[in-house]
Design a protein around this ligand. Structure first.
Ligand SMILES: Cc1cc2nc3c(=O)[nH]c(=O)nc-3n(C[C@H](O)[C@H](O)[C@H](O)COP(=O)(O)OP(=O)(O)OC[C@H]3O[C@@H](n4cnc5c(N)ncnc54)[C@H](O)[C@@H]3O)c2cc1C
Ligand SMILES: NC(=O)c1ccc[n+]([C@@H]2O[C@H](COP(=O)([O-])OP(=O)(O)OC[C@H]3O[C@@H](n4cnc5c(N)ncnc54)[C@H](O)[C@@H]3O)[C@@H](O)[C@H]2O)c1
Length: 462
């Protein structure tokens, strides 16, 4: 049995907690999977490397519009896979080796771990599947989330993929069917279609990216419906293996889709259910998240949590922010009155599909539901100089603000570089800058794409 000052469950954002302020703490990091967690290995980073390859392919395809004739000779899938993971795998391994070989105060245990109550002197008992027992004075639960697989697919006979393995397929599928109409679906549909795969999306509702502002989800749904075969209002009732190993996905309307591969992108389940949290008096909420307060404290003394396992926002920038808060709080008293708080006021998000999408704050519908006096301006990308130069016909920027005060309530963009273009609005909201001051109180580089923001702000009826 080993005794440590701090146990960290999960090497994603949890791995960023031990810095030099913790050099005299003994620390155990538990990781049952690949070191570095979801974002690095099977999430944000590799997906965006594929998205970039997809963007290059799309640029070539669209080049004739600008008087440049070009064509794609070949898509070397194996080389794309090698480029992506040839860069990522060494980073994961390097991070693991740094903790194992260079941090004398840290041990890494490569196993699933769970709680087993407390010792007589109040230390937390942690048992690994490998048979190790560790006791800890403080614990950080940073165990992330996993793909949710609908029962009809889990119990079907056809093989399926998730984000864990779809980026390492042996060859580029000719036809990919994706179940789900959210983030992961929108990003992978773009990637695979760009590289030449025929894509079918199975969506439960009548729109894609339904959680976004209606103008954005409507626009994306319209664009995606032209690019992919989208089956709306359809659920999967079963799967089977067809001729020559094909995947057959059976739908609630009696139809079926036959493809080479099936990708499941139907949300992510927090991993708190595998931790035996009842043994330390910590509960999961109705969504399966580890319950905590705004400081990251669970109901158990000196047990903290952060990221996908407990957060309503399954986003890396949120997990990282929460890790910084918990890191600062670990160095203080659990019951102190000087703890840092999670700041979830204006959490931005982006979907790296085509066109790119970014949003922050309230949708127009949410602002109206709150009874606010709302003013809205939708500005087309094509009406500002750079969007016009690109001959953009689909991009839009929507700003939602409060009439009278000019308080910015939300911003929603679909169009080239939307996740970059939106950043000044995120900053304005965080620092309390109103729409008029933001529009008129600074220069906007002409003819830069952020002029789409300037014009939207100026167009508000405040
Ligand atoms: C395909 C995809 C693309 C994404 N793209 C983006 C993006 O572009 N931008 C963005 O902001 N977010 C993105 N996300 C979300 C982002 O990856 C997550 O929000 C983030 O990685 C969560 O970090 P975390 O530290 O909470 O969990 P993780 O990084 O998942 O780390 C948790 C770790 O805990 C380990 N673990 C779990 N249970 C145990 C246990 N009992 N014992 C031992 N180890 C355990 C797991 O193996 C895992 O490695 C994406 C997610 C996916 C799936
Ligand atoms: N760019 C990014 O920041 C990024 C990219 C990818 C993933 N992520 C994170 O990962 C999370 C998970 O992504 P996701 O796309 O899996 O989830 P999601 O919540 O974005 O979308 C899930 C989709 O699956 C559908 N669905 C849910 N249950 C279903 C069922 N039983 N049968 C059929 N359809 C069902 C939903 O209606 C929805 O369309 C996201 O919520 C996001 O937080 C972020």
């Amino acid at each position: 049995m080993t005794d440590v000052d701090l146990a960290i469950i999960g090497s994603g954002s949890g791995n960023s907690i031990p810095d030099d302020r913790f050099d005299d703490w003994s620390i155990a990091i538990f990781e049952k999977g690949v070191y570095g967690g979801t974002c690095l290995n099977v999430g944000c980073i590799p997906t965006k490397m594929y998205v970039y390859a997809g963007e290059v392919a799309e640029t070539i395809r669209e080049s004739a519009r600008y008087g440049i004739d070009s064509h794609i000779d070949d898509v070397r899938w194996r080389d794309i896979v090698t480029r992506v993971f040839g860069r990522i795998d060494p980073i994961s391994l390097g991070g693991q080796q740094y903790r194992e070989d260079k941090c004398d105060n840290i041990s890494v245990l490569h196993s699933h771990v769970r709680f087993a109550g407390t010792t007589d002197d109040g230390r937390y008992r942690l048992l690994t599947d490998d048979g190790d027992e560790v006791t800890a004075r403080k614990v950080v639960i940073a165990a992330g989330s996993r793909s949710f697989i609908p029962e009809a697919i889990a119990s079907g006979s056809a093989p399926f993929h998730t984000n864990e393995d779809v980026m390492r397929l042996a060859s580029l599928p000719r036809h990919l069917v994706i179940v789900g109409g959210g983030y992961i679906s929108a990003e992978f549909a773009h990637v695979f279609a760009s590289l030449g795969t025929e894509v079918t999306i199975i969506a439960r509702g009548d729109k894609l990216l339904r959680h976004l502002d209606a103008d954005i989800s409507d626009r994306f749904t319209e664009i995606a419906s032209k690019r992919f075969d989208v089956r709306f209002n359809a659920s999967v009732t079963g799967t089977k293996i067809g001729d020559e190993g094909a995947v057959v996905v059976e739908l609630s309307d009696g139809s079926s889709v036959t493809a080479d591969a099936l990708l499941v992108a139907t949300g992510r389940t927090p991993n708190g259910d595998g931790l035996h949290l009842d043994t330390i008096g910590v509960s999961l909420d109705d969504a399966g998240r580890v319950e905590c307060d705004e400081f990251g404290r669970t109901a158990a003394q000196n047990v903290w949590t952060l990221g996908d396992v407990s957060s309503p926002y399954q986003l890396k920038h949120v997990a990282n922010h929460e890790a910084r808060v918990v890191q600062a709080n670990l160095l203080r008293d659990f019951d102190g009155d000087d703890l840092d708080k999670f700041d979830h006021r204006f959490v931005p998000a982006a979907v790296f599909t085509h066109p790119q999408i970014a949003s922050v704050g309230l949708t127009e519908a949410q602002a109206r539901e709150q009874g606010l006096d709302v003013t809205v301006k939708v500005q087309d990308y094509g009406d500002v100089a750079y969007g016009w130069a690109m001959e953009d016909t689909t991009g839009l920027c929507k700003i939602v603000a409060e009439r009278g005060t000019g308080r910015i309530l939300g911003a929603h963009l679909i169009g080239p570089q939307a996740p970059t273009v939106i950043q000044p609005v995120i900053q304005a909201m965080h620092f309390g800058l109103d729409a008029t001051s933001m529009a008129k109180g600074q220069y906007w580089i002409h003819p830069g794409m952020p002029e789409v923001l300037e014009n939207a702000l100026l167009g508000l009826d405040i």
